[in-house]
Design a protein around this ligand. Structure first.
Ligand code: NAP
Length: 299
């Protein structure tokens, strides 16, 4: 149907009512991006702290909010669960009796095996309208005040649909993330967790441990005073939210422990080369790493 030359079907936003549970950095940035794209009608926020939710209304990130997830999801086409991993199971449990069968649910959790296991425990199966997801974008900041509309632009969003995931629900979540300017790709759940353990979870463990080790030295004040740009770059992610990273460690325990073991072996090999003054071995490690790092962004 057309009206004044405008195709009315085209004028409808992709999502009429979006519910974001956890209006923080990720949930808030998604809401902002969809609003900027003009592809969302009403945005309903949900969280525990009213200060953050009031800020979300003030900043125009959400239209209104509820503190009870069961009330927040009423009438939503899409529900995005953007809370820390440890809270995803409890939040989903409160939602089950209140969701319409047509509501599409997705999450943004940084590990996917634990989310799928939570969903299976709660629903007895993974419902066709549940699409697990993970945007590979973030900063070390938290809360709605840190959110911004371009966070996902040019970044990747991984969806890990299952055999039982409905094609319609999958397509809707693909289109939703596509509107943020992200490249949306599909991946298996286990593969996702193995890849992210290596590329994101291990580096966070290294940054936290390095800063913690140095911060407990007697001459820490002197050490931090002379910390140069390299130290700042390397340790920026140690400012990330400790609770969030606690939850990620627990959720992706097996894959993360494998990567920590591998890294510990390699670090010990480097220590051995330094101890035995094996110059060739030290240089070989550094040259291999430099080649790999220099080529990292060329693909
Ligand atoms: P965030 O800024 O701290 O936001 C989390 C939000 O969840 C907060 O607004 C918090 O508000 C709310 N929340 C926490 N526990 C809750 C509960 N039990 N019930 C309802 N709301 C709750 O964190 P974020 O960085 O957006 O991370 C959110 C999710 O995105 C996590 O699962 C994380 O793994 C994933 N992720 C993060 C990044 C990143 O770099 N930050 C990247 C990709 C994916 P209240 O405390 O007021 O409830």
């Amino acid at each position: 149907m057309t009206c004044c030359g405008v195709d009315m079907a085209m004028a409808q936003p992709l999502i009429q009512r979006l519910c974001i549970i956890g209006v923080g950095l990720i949930g808030g940035s998604l809401a902002r991006a969809l609003r900027e794209a003009g592809e969302v009608g009403e945005v309903v926020g949900c969280g525990r702290g009213e200060d953050n939710l009031q800020a979300a209304v003030r900043l125009g990130v959400v239209d209104r909010y509820e503190t009870n997830p069961a009330c927040a999801v009423v009438g939503a086409d899409v529900v995005v669960v953007a809370v820390p991993l440890g809270a995803i199971g409890p939040v989903l449990r409160t939602l089950v009796p209140h969701l319409s069968p047509t509501t599409v649910i997705t999450d943004v959790g940084s590990a996917k095996g634990s989310v799928v296991a939570d969903v299976e425990r709660i629903y007895g199966m993974v419902p066709p309208n549940f699409v697990p997801g993970h945007p590979i974008a973030g900063t070390e900041q938290s809360g709605v005040e840190a959110s911004f509309a371009t966070l996902f632009r040019g970044r990747r969003v991984i969806l890990t649909p299952l055999a039982e995931t409905s094609a319609t629900a999958h397509e809707l979540i693909q289109r939703m993330w596509g509107l943020t300017g992200a490249e949306v790709i599909d991946m298996g759940v286990c593969h996702h967790d193995a890849v992210l353990a290596a590329t994101s979870h291990l580096p966070h463990m290294l940054a936290y441990t390095l800063v913690d080790t140095l911060a407990r030295l007697d001459d820490r004040a002197e050490i931090f005073r002379y910390a140069a740009g390299g130290f700042r770059d390397f340790t920026r992610i140690a400012s990330s939210d400790p609770q969030m990273w606690h939850d990620i460690c627990v959720a992706n325990r097996e894959q993360l422990l494998k990567m920590i073991a591998l890294f510990s072996t390699d670090l010990e090999r480097l220590a051995g080369a330094i101890r035995s003054e094996n110059h060739a071995e030290i240089l070989a490690i550094f040259q291999r790493a430099k080649r790999a790092r220099d080529n990292l962004y060329l693909e």
